[in-house]
Write a protein that binds this ligand. Structure first.
Ligand code: SF4
Length: 233
């Protein structure tokens, strides 16, 4: 399996002209955080304006000792209502693909770089249309993800989609070019990015969906083999 030797870490926070309007969640992180303390504290987060849009904070979920953490962009409509990550159509597809790859969902930790659902009303009907979070919103929310990483300390970190990959691996990262490549990082022993399962659902036709799904499972199988190698070591 190929491995890129770039040393990666959280990117420096860019100075923003809106900094006085967009706060950081840092002040809300408990001094000795556990997952339950973080989840409780995050419920009241108003560090950016997305708390006004979302129904509730959707914090990460999974075992505290999970060896693998999957990070997506933000909760969707179903997750916003349920208050749990990856429970909507994309989450169900992720579950199916994990099973195909031989990974137990119950053994992984799933979360997002942004913990509130950002949306806009559809022009017709009551649908809530996903909107991409701004960089300032990703930065405001970053302390929650950093804290999750510190508590869970996953051996394998998998970024799902461009927003998560660029938030964690840098703006230069291209999922289309770099997906499936193992990267050296101080975030976890093994770091990899692949597409977000929602992008498979957005493919224009059945053939495109099937192709993307096969490629996604192929990436997940790399994760499965990393876990197997860890077990064998
Ligand atoms: S998106 Fe993140 S930083 Fe913004 S209010 Fe929600 S939890 Fe806080």
């Amino acid at each position: 399996m190929s491995r890129r030797s770039t040393q990666l870490s959280f990117q420096p926070r860019a100075k923003s002209p809106n900094r006085n309007r967009t706060q950081s969640a840092l002040a809300l992180i408990p001094s000795s955080p556990s997952l339950s303390a973080l989840r409780q504290s995050a419920k009241d987060c108003q560090a950016c304006d997305l708390w006004k849009l979302g129904t509730q904070t959707v914090f990460g979920e999974g075992p505290v000792k999970a060896r693998v953490m999957f990070v997506g962009e933000q909760p969707g409509d179903s997750e916003d209502k349920a208050g749990r990550p990856f429970v909507g159509p994309a989450g169900k597809l992720l579950d199916e693909c994990l099973i195909e790859a031989g990974i137990e969902r119950s053994e992984i930790y799933v979360t997002n770089v942004v913990k509130h659902f950002k949306w806009a009303a559809a022009q017709r009907g009551k649908r809530r249309i996903h909107k991409k979070p701004r960089q300032s919103e990703i930065e405001a929310c970053r302390p929650w993800l950093e804290a999750e990483l510190r508590v869970v300390r996953p051996r394998v970190l998998v970024c799902l989609g461009a927003s998560a990959a660029q938030a964690l691996l840098g703006k230069q990262f291209r999922v289309t070019r770099d997906r499936g490549t193992l990267l050296e990082s101080d975030l976890a022993t093994h770091v990899m990015a692949t597409i977000h399962p929602a992008s498979i659902l957005r493919a224009p036709d059945r053939e495109g969906r099937e192709k993307q799904r096969v490629e996604f499972v192929r990436d997940l199988k790399k994760v499965a083999s990393l876990i197997a190698n860890e077990d064998a070591a």
